[in-house]
Ligand binder design. Structure first.
Ligand code: ZN
Length: 273
């Protein structure tokens, strides 16, 4: 069902083997038409050069990873955080990216106040949404699995992300990353609630049993227990017309020949989704 024309490569999947330049060439070699790069890779290549290379390769840029890390104290640190996110929005606009992916940040260091952290996320979104609207790059809130609530993202369900979208308004939407939200009993209804306009991206990998590392042991499509065809159907039924983006943080797959990784992704996407 997910033919090659709807597959996007999140460059994290091959980040240990390939530079951005090599990933672009890899996509071309394998007929993949869309890509989501990371900011450090873009900086390494140079923003203007990266924009040119992506455009020359006729690759759709399905997102830029990542902005966020909103949960900082006020004053100078807050201003620095806002400036960095404004730069990320500008970079995404220069690359022609469909959205800026947000990793919103966890608890503030030394704090146990989860509600305050969530309040800071909302404050930052209110402040950044006008820039995002002006740049034409929506901010994509990525709810992360609750195991990351302390140190990476205090927004942990699609319902929370949708609530933020309701309160902030235009310029923000959500990313559905199956690794983070597959377990949620409200997932189908929250995907449907987000709908076509708010569903900005769809990240795919699989949940291995057992999982040996909380960040770096994501499974290849079809190797785990996530109902990928079912969740994909919910996305499509809700009007999602975007790409199926494969995002694998995996020390196992980082040791493999990256061409073999891409071949495996294409085969699995054809068979499993
Ligand atoms: Zn993701």
């Amino acid at each position: 069902m997910a033919d090659v024309h709807r597959i996007s490569l999140n460059t994290a999947t091959v980040r240990e083997q390939w530079t951005l330049s090599q990933a672009i060439e890899g996509c071309q070699r394998h007929g993949i038409r869309a890509i989501t790069p990371w900011r450090n890779q873009v900086a390494e290549m140079g923003l203007a050069q990266a924009a040119r290379r992506l455009s020359d390769a006729q690759l759709q840029v399905t997102g830029l990873c990542s902005g966020g890390l909103f949960t900082v104290p006020g004053g100078q640190r807050w201003n620095t955080m806002i400036d960095d996110n404004r730069r990320a929005i500008e970079e995404a606009a220069t690359l022609g990216a469909d959205c800026l992916i947000l990793v919103v940040g966890g608890l503030m260091p030394g704090s146990t106040d989860l509600e305050s952290a969530r309040g800071l996320v909302e404050d930052a979104l209110h402040e950044l949404a006008p820039y995002a609207r002006q740049a034409g790059v929506p901010l994509a809130i990525e709810p992360l699995h609750p195991m990351y609530a302390a140190d990476r993202a205090c927004i942990n369900t699609l319902g929370q992300a949708n609530d933020l979208c309701d309160r902030v308004g235009d310029g923000v939407g959500v990313v559905v990353d199956v690794y983070h939200v597959w377990w949620d009993p409200n997932l189908q209804s929250e995907i449907s609630r987000a709908g076509k306009d708010q569903l900005l991206a769809f990240h795919l990998s699989d949940w291995l049993v057992p999982t040996t590392h909380l960040a770096l042991d994501r499974g290849m499509i079809g190797d785990g227990v996530i109902d990928l065809p079912g969740i994909s159907r919910w996305m499509t039924d809700s009007g999602y017309e975007g790409y199926f983006e494969v995002e694998l943080f995996s020390t196992r797959w980082w040791q493999r020949d990256p061409d073999e990784v891409l071949t495996t992704i294409l085969t699995r996407m054809n068979n499993a989704i």
